[in-house]
Ligand binder design. Structure first.
Ligand code: PGA
Length: 270
């Protein structure tokens, strides 16, 4: 896993937006996997700025969101569809038909979840999946104990997640208890994952994810099995990582290699 530590949350947002924008420029028809929550908000704001000021073109991009609360329609102010419209889709030139967020009011969930998976496959799979992380180490709504091979399905939210998300609803009572979510197995099939975390409340989950054992108790730890994950963290979220100095060295070596400074590695430069 590539681990990048930025000074603060703004740094995380800017760096994450660069990864997304580079892909969109390189492959204008790419398929993006998107996440909700407070963590990616700054990244979306930066992508909107890039669209407006630098002409970043989303007209042929396709997106799939990770999850949605069961029982909320897309127009509900706390639905993830609404969040995505407000935070990104309404401000860029993406075709609304190419933005997919699971339908929290689907009638036949089993069929609907299979169909969501099929749709991802028909679009050629997800090129880059953006991920936040829960304080309990979940990715999407794959709560502790979720099968690491799981696919899109219904999931019951833990008390911890309900508590964490109550801030958006006003009270815990109003937070839906069920969500429709891509599975860990679905996420692992993306070609690249971009894991974002900021703030002290994520430090333990990040340590367990990056340096702990792979376990269904911390579903983000399954990312250790993926061949191409970039974790972009702020100093606070990275606080408990033991190998921080090494991650920094790797980034410096990477930068030197890209700049062609091979002499730094004892290699001939001419
Ligand atoms: P947050 O949520 O970005 O609002 O902290 C992340 C998550 O629960 O996946």
């Amino acid at each position: 896993m590539r681990v990048i530590v930025e000074k603060d949350k703004e740094g995380v947002s800017r760096r994450a937006a660069q990864f997304v924008a580079n892909l969109v420029r390189r492959r204008p028809t790419c398929v993006l996997g998107l996440a909700t929550g407070s963590t990616p908000l700054g990244m979306y704001a930066e992508l909107i700025r890039m669209h407006r000021e630098e002409g970043l073109d989303f007209s042929r991009v396709v997106t799939f969101n990770l999850d949605e609360y069961v029982g909320l329609s897309g127009s509900h102010p706390q639905s993830y569809r609404h969040f995505m419209q407000q935070s990104l889709f309404d401000h860029i030139n993406i075709d609304p038909r190419d933005t997919h967020v699971p339908d929290g009011r689907a009638l036949d969930f089993e069929n609907y979840c299979e169909q969501y998976e099929r749709l991802i496959a028909e679009e050629g799979g997800i090129d880059l999946q953006v991920l936040g992380i829960g304080s309990d180490g979940h990715i999407a709504f794959n709560e502790p104990g979720s099968s690491l091979g799981s696919r899109t399905r219904l999931k019951t939210l833990t008390e911890e997640t309900v508590r964490d998300n109550a801030r958006f609803f006003g009270s815990e009572k109003e937070v839906p208890r069920l969500a429709i979510t891509m599975g860990v197995g679905t996420i692992l099939e993306s070609r690249q994952c971009l894991l974002l975390a900021a703030g002290d409340s994520k430090a333990r989950a990040i340590r367990d994810t990056i340096e702990g054992p792979i376990t269904a108790q911390v579903t983000a730890s399954a990312l250790q099995l993926h061949r191409d994950v970039i974790a972009v963290l702020d100093e606070e979220a990275a606080r408990l990582l033991e190998r921080r100095a090494y991650y920094r060295e790797v980034e410096q070596a990477q930068a030197a290699l890209q700049a062609g400074q091979l002499g730094k590695f004892g290699m001939p430069t001419s």
